[in-house]
Design a protein around this ligand. Sequence first.
Ligand SMILES: C[S@@+](CC[C@H](N)C(=O)[O-])C[C@H]1O[C@@H](n2cnc3c(N)ncnc32)[C@H](O)[C@@H]1O
Length: 199
Amino acid sequence: MGALQYIKNFIQDKDVAAIAPSSKFLVERVCRWIDFSEPCRIVEYGPGDGVFSEYMLEHMGPESSLLLIESNENFVRQLRERTRRDDRATVVCDRAENVREIMEAIQMPEADYVVSGIPFSFLDDDTRKDLLVRTRSVLSDDGKFLVYQNYNHMEEPLRRHFPSVTKEYELFNLPPMFAYEALKNGPDNGQHLRANSAS
Ligand SMILES: C[S@@+](CC[C@H](N)C(=O)[O-])C[C@H]1O[C@@H](n2cnc3c(N)ncnc32)[C@H](O)[C@@H]1O
């Protein structure tokens, strides 16, 4: 997809939320949290034109799988074209909010990683909370939720829903991005979450 088409998608669809794909610096920073040496099941929310997807497909092994959930039809067409010859990849035109139903439909029981670039700030509070709960529920016991956002509004909700969150900052991206690694289960065996849900 050319730069012009990307900008057109941005103008036509507010959910695209970026005028250009993520930089290779951001892709590498986020994907450093993925252990590609083991077979893994990855779900990506909002892959856009596939800059993360392509990197992950390049680095993951033959027994791994990648589910791409993208709401913009133009991007979906491009992703299908880009992954046509790779049967590790499944592209679904839908919203991340439906992750559980989508995974059931393709018989993916759980995910080792969920990588997300969707603009969480566009979701209302209930939808955002529900998506965090759903995302944690589809992760395997040692699964991770990897998120990048252009300002630091996700740190607090992530900490509320995930027991261990690491934050980094990538300057070499337009715009610069916060990146988070959130673990489904942290070293305290979920006590932190039980305390949060009680309050
Ligand atoms: C900021 S762009 C990131 C694109 C790509 N991941 C990248 O890093 O260049 C956000 C992407 O999320 C998609 N998107 C936004 N909300 C979504 C949702 N609720 N479910 C699925 N995709 C969504 C947009 O269409 C867009 O492709």
